[in-house]
Write a protein that binds this ligand. Structure first.
Ligand code: CDT
Length: 326
C-alpha cells in the first residue's frame, strides 16, 4: 500500500517581543486550518515558534528569560492547538523553549515535539548543535546566545509515525551531515526541521549573501545522501529589527525541492510525500549495509575539531567567541 504523507511547511513571519502566546497560537491555528483545507496530515512549524527569537538579546534577569520557556506541553495557551489538531486530524511538529525539571534539577532546552493526528505527543527532540556564544558580545549588531540559554540535547532519535519513520532536527543541526546520517542509520524517511536564521552572521558577514543558498544546499544534500524527505520551515522576515531568511521548503529523497514558500510571512507550502520514494536511494547508491566503510570513519567520533588549518594555524575560534571580530 502506498504511503503518502501530505505535509505543510507552516512558515511564520516575525513574532514581536510583546506578542502573546495566545496571539501566536491563533496564527498557528490559522495555518493548520489552511493545511487541513489542502488535505494535509501534518504541519511543520518553525524553531521556537511560540515567541520572538529571544537569544538575540543578552538578558541577565533569569525570571525574564524564563518567561520565554514552557513548563508544560500542552500548556494553558498551547492546549488550543492540540485540540484543533485532534479535531481536524492534522498532526504537527512544533519548536519551543522547554524548561524541564529532571531529578530535581532545572534544564533548559531548545525543543521540538511531534504530535500525531489524534493530538498526542509521539516524540520529542532537544537541539544538539547550539550555535552562537555564551557571553555578551557587544560588538555584534545582535546577539546569538543559544549557548547561554540552552543546554545541548542527547541525540537524534526517530519515531514510527505518520506511516513511516520520522525524525526531527532544529535549525543549526541542518548544517551538519552527522545530523542526517545518525537518523539515516535508523532508517529515517522524513526529517522535520524548524529554523530561525538571520541573514547577517556577525562573525562572518561575507556569508550573508549566501544564506538562502546554504539553507537549500544542506537540506538537499541531507535528503539525497540519506534517501529521506526533509521539511525545512522558517520563522522569516524582519523580527525586532533582525532580518531572517525564509526559504521554507520540502525536499524529496532525490534532493529536489518539490514545494517552497515565496513570502517571508505566514504561509504554507504543501507537498504530497510518497515515503516509498526513499526506497530506491536506500537500496542502491546509499545502501548503507553494502557500501558504508565505518572502519574509515573513526575520526568522526574520536575527534571534535580538526587540529590545524592548512597554513599550520589553529582552527579554534576562541577569539570570536570571546568577543573580538577577527
Ligand atoms: N537558530 C539557529 O540555529 N540559527 C543559526 C544561526 C547561525 S549563526 C550563529 C543557523 O544555523 O541558522
Amino acid at each position: 500500500m502506498a504511503r503518502f504523507v501530505n505535509v505543510a511547511a507552516g512558515q511564520l513571519g516575525p513574532i514581536a517581543r510583546n506578542e502573546t502566546r495566545t496571539e501566536v497560537v491563533a496564527r498557528l491555528q490559522a495555518l493548520m486550518r489552511r493545511a487541513h483545507a489542502m488535505g494535509c496530515h501534518l504541519i511543520v512549524y518553525p524553531e521556537l515558534a511560540l515567541t520572538t527569537f529571544f537569544p538575540r538579546w543578552y538578558i541577565e534577569d533569569q525570571v525574564e528569560i524564563d518567561r520565554y520557556f514552557e513548563r508544560e506541553m500542552p500548556g494553558p495557551e498551547t492546549r488550543l492547538l492540540f485540540e484543533l489538531s485532534k479535531q481536524l486530524g492534522v498532526g504537527f511538529c512544533l519548536g519551543y523553549a522547554e524548561l524541564a525539571v529532571e531529578d530535581g534539577r532545572t534544564h533548559r532546552y531548545n525543543t521540538s515535539i511531534l504530535v500525531d493526528r489524534d493530538g498526542t505527543i509521539v516524540a520529542r527532540y532537544r537541539k544538539v548543535h547550539l550555535p552562537g556564544h555564551a557571553e555578551h558580545e557587544p560588538w555584534r549588531r545582535f546577539q546569538h546566545l543559544e549557548k547561554r540559554y540552552f543546554e545541548p540535547g542527547p541525540g537524534f532519535g526517530v519515531a514510527n509515525a505518520f506511516g513511516g519513520v520520522v525524525g526531527m532536527a532544529i535549525c543549526n543541526d541542518r548544517r551538519w551531515p552527522e545530523t542526517y546520517r545518525v537518523m539515516g542509520l535508523q532508517g529515517v524517511e522524513m526529517v522535520l526541521i524548524g529554523y530561525n536564521t538571520p541573514v547577517h552572521n556577525p562573525p562572518a558577514p561575507e556569508h550573508d549573501d549566501l544564506s538562502l543558498f546554504h539553507n537549500q544546499l544542506v537540506m538537499q544534500a541531507g535528503a539525497y545522501q540519506n534517501g529521506t524527505w526533509v521539511v525545512g520551515v522558517a520563522k522569516a522576515g524582519i523580527e525586532e529589527g533582525v532580518d531572517q531568511i525564509g526559504g521554507s521548503c520540502i525536499v524529496a529523497p532525490s534532493g529536489e525541492i518539490v514545494a517552497s514558500c515565496t513570502t517571508k510571512g505566514d504561509e504554507i507550502a504543501v507537498a504530497s510525500c510518497d515515503l516509498d520514494l526513499c526506497n530506491s536511494y536506500k537500496r542502491t547508491t546509499f545502501n548503507f549495509d553494502v557500501h558504508r566503510q565505518p572502519h574509515a570513519y573513526d575520526l568522526i567520533v574520536e575527534r571534535k575539531g580538526s587540529s590545524l588549518m592548512a597554513d599550520g594555524s589553529p582552527v579554534s575560534t576562541t577569539t570570536i567567541n570571546q568577543g573580538a571580530r577577527p
